[in-house]
Design a protein around this ligand. Structure first.
Ligand code: KG4
Ligand code: ZN
Length: 345
């Protein structure tokens, strides 16, 4: 019997320093996430320079804890994986250089992983029966994509936001309304107490691009609601704002996903990224998919946000496809999900 492949994975693309040990892409032996949220909360958002410094301080201990919790030592690891793009460049560089050092010291292959491919792979951990092909809605703080996942390492972007990402939009409206950072989560928490029909948010369309989305109008509408109420000295119900905004976002995302489903004919739909934790989005997609007999996979809340287990899962499939990197690997702030790191090395 071939022994399972144990991958040590590292994630440091934003404000979470994370490490995990994953076996054959599907079994998580350990997963450690050190979040910097409390510190960035003081500034109302992630401060890139602070994020990089905290990654540098924490990464040794986080990787050590992940190895300890899996009862493994570095020589017992078969490969080292790391998020190499996209993300905050200074933050990514900490993980990439640490992973390069580990791979060199252990004499093991280095596997670069695209952060969004990792978010999608979170679903492989949670749903052992899930296999490509499927249609995936990726909704995070920096990206909003509808992607046809034809294979574990082949991705075709069908639609994308032309401006703000869904998560960014949640965070900006939340910030204007005085919700603490991270705004999306905190708006979601109060949304069950509000009326989703209290405010009529616009449903922007992108001329000539039926699968593309635009959220800047939605964001501006939300921010203006808050400012106009403040200027008039009128109270604004934060639960009503949260519920109405969340409902509009869920409606728009579902409308685009359904359109892409009809276009591609895929019967399996998957959601990934931080915003997949949103309760209104989860409820809407669950309801609509059930009504149409479509199979829907949602990540558990524990795997929606940034973590290294999802990077270790995707790394397994990248490794099987021969996608490893040498010591010249660099981090990239932006990179299309359909591209491979080999093109840049
Ligand atoms: O995927 P993620 O953890 O980081 C990126 O790769 O960007 O996504 C973070 C984003 C933030 O904008 C955060 O506010 C949003 O996901 N988010 C939520 C919820 N949980 C996280 N947005 C709405 N409702 C939530 N429950
Ligand atoms: Zn993420």
């Amino acid at each position: 019997m071939i022994s399972p492949l144990k991958i040590l994975a590292i994630e440091s693309s934003c404000d979470e320093t994370a490490a995990a040990l994953v076996e054959d892409g599907r079994t998580v032996l350990s997963s450690v996430v050190n979040t910097q949220i409390e510190e960035h909360k003081l500034y109302g958002g992630v401060v890139p320079e602070i994020a990089s410094r905290r990654h540098t301080e924490n990464i040794c201990a986080v990787v050590g804890a992940a190895l300890d919790q899996a009862s493994l030592t570095l020589p017992q690891v078969d490969a080292v994986a790391v998020t190499a793009a996209p993300g905050l460049i200074g933050a990514l560089l900490v993980g990439v250089n640490f992973a390069k050092g580990l791979a060199l010291a252990a004499g093991r292959p280095l596997i670069p992983v695209h952060h969004l491919r990792g978010h999608i792979a979170a679903n492989y951990i949670a749903h052992p029966d899930l296999e490509p092909p499927f249609l995936c809605l990726v909704v995070s703080g920096g990206h909003t994509h509808i992607i046809d996942v034809t294979d574990y390492t082949h991705f075709t972007v069908i639609g994308r936001t032309r401006d703000d990402a869904a998560g960014e939009c949640f965070d900006k409206v939340a910030r204007a309304a005085g919700f603490p950072y991270p705004g999306g989560v905190n708006m979601d928490k109060v949304s069950p107490d509000g009326d989703p029909h209290a405010f009529r948010f616009p449903h922007p369309k992108v001329e000539g691009s039926p699968f593309d989305m635009s959220f800047s109008g939605l964001k501006t509408f939300g921010v203006n609601l808050v400012h106009n109420a403040a200027q008039r000295g009128e109270p604004l119900s934060r639960p009503d704002l949260a519920a109405s905004f969340g409902a509009a976002m869920a409606d728009i995302l579902w409308e685009k996903l359904l359109y892409a489903q009809q276009h591609t004919g895929r019967r399996t739909l998957v959601v990934a990224g931080g915003v997949s934790a949103n309760s209104q989005l989860r409820a809407k997609l669950t309801r609509e998919c059930r009504a149409r007999g479509l199979t829907l996979y949602l990540p558990p809340l524990s795997l929606c946000g940034d973590n290294a287990a999802m990077i270790g899962s995707q790394a397994y499939y990248e490794f099987l496809a021969g996608h490893t990197a040498g010591s010249s690997l660099n981090a990239m702030a932006t990179m299309d999900i359909s591209r491979s790191f080999e093109e840049f090395c």
